[in-house]
Design a protein around this ligand. Structure first.
Ligand code: PDD
Length: 278
């Protein structure tokens, strides 16, 4: 692979970062994942806007203006002849001697790499995935997409140990989101329920697109928190994220959701999302 590091295009083995990078020492870095299908970026502008917001919240200078950043995304697709997969982007505050206080004038470290993998044809769509409920142990600024991912990683490992495919995180009796995806349910009355935006969860780009699509399809939308019991009793459940789009959830802590098969509204939203975004 050819990767991007601070203005240079390098073979992946030649791209090196300092051990003093604050991304490495403090998780002082933010990231974005953008899907690529047929060589085209999916929902790029939403991801770019969220990156802008994450860096602004942490006072990390973004380094590249929006047009240059888009050009780098297009160029990495071209250089890797990427047809289907994703682009990972990370920007850290940069390199400085270890100190909790932010350094003055550090140059941010900007990295992009690609992963080529089938994202459209996902065998888990037809089968659906199973979810284990796990306590949410992350920090309280989950609206900032930092690389501080160990609690999410631990939650996923607990879910796998319990025989599920992934975790939904629970805090104060409500589901916040998935380990790396937004959590949604469809009520027995046919409303799409997804948690409202706050610092408790990442403001999913796919979520925003899906809510627009649901509204235009005449599906009632309720942006509010929901409990594990409500999720287990729902007609349908699904997750959304940049590389999964919509992925049906068929069991929560062993309880079948609806008839235990991917639901029609989930599948319709997946299909519409791909039609609208491709
Ligand atoms: N994860 N919530 C969390 C905690 C996430 O990590 C993600 C994305 C989402 C969905 O956001 P979006 O629709 O903008 O991708 C929600 C990415 C894909 C990842 O970490 O790989």
């Amino acid at each position: 692979r050819t990767v991007y590091l601070n203005g240079d295009w390098l073979p992946e083995t030649a791209a090196k970062i300092s051990i003093f990078d604050r991304g490495f020492l403090f998780a002082d870095a933010v990231y974005e994942v953008t899907a690529v299908i047929g060589g085209r970026l999916i929902d790029y502008h939403g991801h770019a806007a969220r990156l802008q917001r994450s860096t602004a919240e942490l006072g990390i200078p973004c380094g590249l203006d929006p047009e240059a950043l888009l050009a780098v995304h297009r160029e990495i697709v071209r250089r890797n002849d990427l047809r289907e997969g994703l682009i990972y982007l990370q920007i850290s505050r940069g390199v400085a001697d270890r100190d909790f206080a932010y350094p003055n004038g550090a140059e941010p470290t900007l990295v992009l790499f690609t992963q080529s993998k089938p994202v459209l044809e996902n065998p888990r769509v037809a089968a659906g995935i199973t979810i284990a409920l796990v306590p949410d142990q992350r920090w309280t600024r989950r609206d900032i997409k930092t690389v501080q991912l160990l609690p999410a990683s631990m939650a996923k490992m607990e879910a796998l140990r319990r025989g599920a495919d992934d975790a939904w995180l629970v805090e104060d009796g409500f589901i916040t989101e998935g380990s790396a995806a937004t959590a949604h349910i469809v009520t027995q009355a046919g409303s799409l329920v997804t948690r409202g935006l706050s610092s408790a969860l990442l403001h999913g780009i796919t979520r925003a697109s899906l809510l627009d699509i649901a509204r235009s399809e005449g599906i009632p939308v309720e942006e509010r928190a929901f409990t594990p019991d409500e999720a287990k009793a729902a007609a349908e459940a699904f997750i959304s994220s940049a590389t999964n789009f919509v992925l049906p959830v068929t069991r929560i802590d062993g309880t079948p959701v609806g008839d235990g098969r991917p639901g029609p509204i989930s599948m319709r939203l997946r299909q519409r999302y791909l039609e609208v975004r491709l």
